[in-house]
Design a protein. Sequence first.
Length: 197
Amino acid sequence: MRAAIRSGGAMDVPCGTCTACCTGSQFVHVGPDETDALADIPAELLFPAPGLPDGHVVLGYDDRGHCPMLVDGRCSIYDHRPRTCRTYDCRVLVAAGFADDEDVPVEISRRATRWRFDHRGESARMEQAAVERAATFLADHPEALPPEAGRPSLTRLAALAIEVADLFVDAQPDVVGVRAALSAALAQMRDSSAWRR
Ligand code: SF4
């Protein structure tokens, strides 16, 4: 997950037939560099992305909460789907302890809460516990978020928690330390528009 979060690369998620993230009333951000996706999505379905520079757009959803590119239960532009879709991994919500939060769309929550993690050992168990503590800290201390973090969704907050989890393995860092670590992490993300869902 860390590698995908930093690179904006695709996640290899065993989604099977699940389309929860396509049917969960979510806006899909599309960056100006995503020429493939932009060429395949009808312009009338795209709207300026709030709070982002010109050229950043969002793909909306219909009155059922479904992405309009979902046709007969499948993504009709799968090979050219936006980066937001390629990087999305609902397991981050589980890692952070957010999967059953009331702000998570019910379709995604229903699927995400079925994931179970196996830990290779005690250090892995401690690492995941640190992710949960980091996520709780970020949710409780919005002042720890630097301005460039924007107003993150729970998914993005979970991704940011993964980025700073090392600080929480055997310590309880303060707001200043977490904020500095988040700034450094955001600067490292090749494309910080990823994980914006
Ligand atoms: S573009 Fe495709 S993968 Fe992305 S939300 Fe829409 S249907 Fe799902």
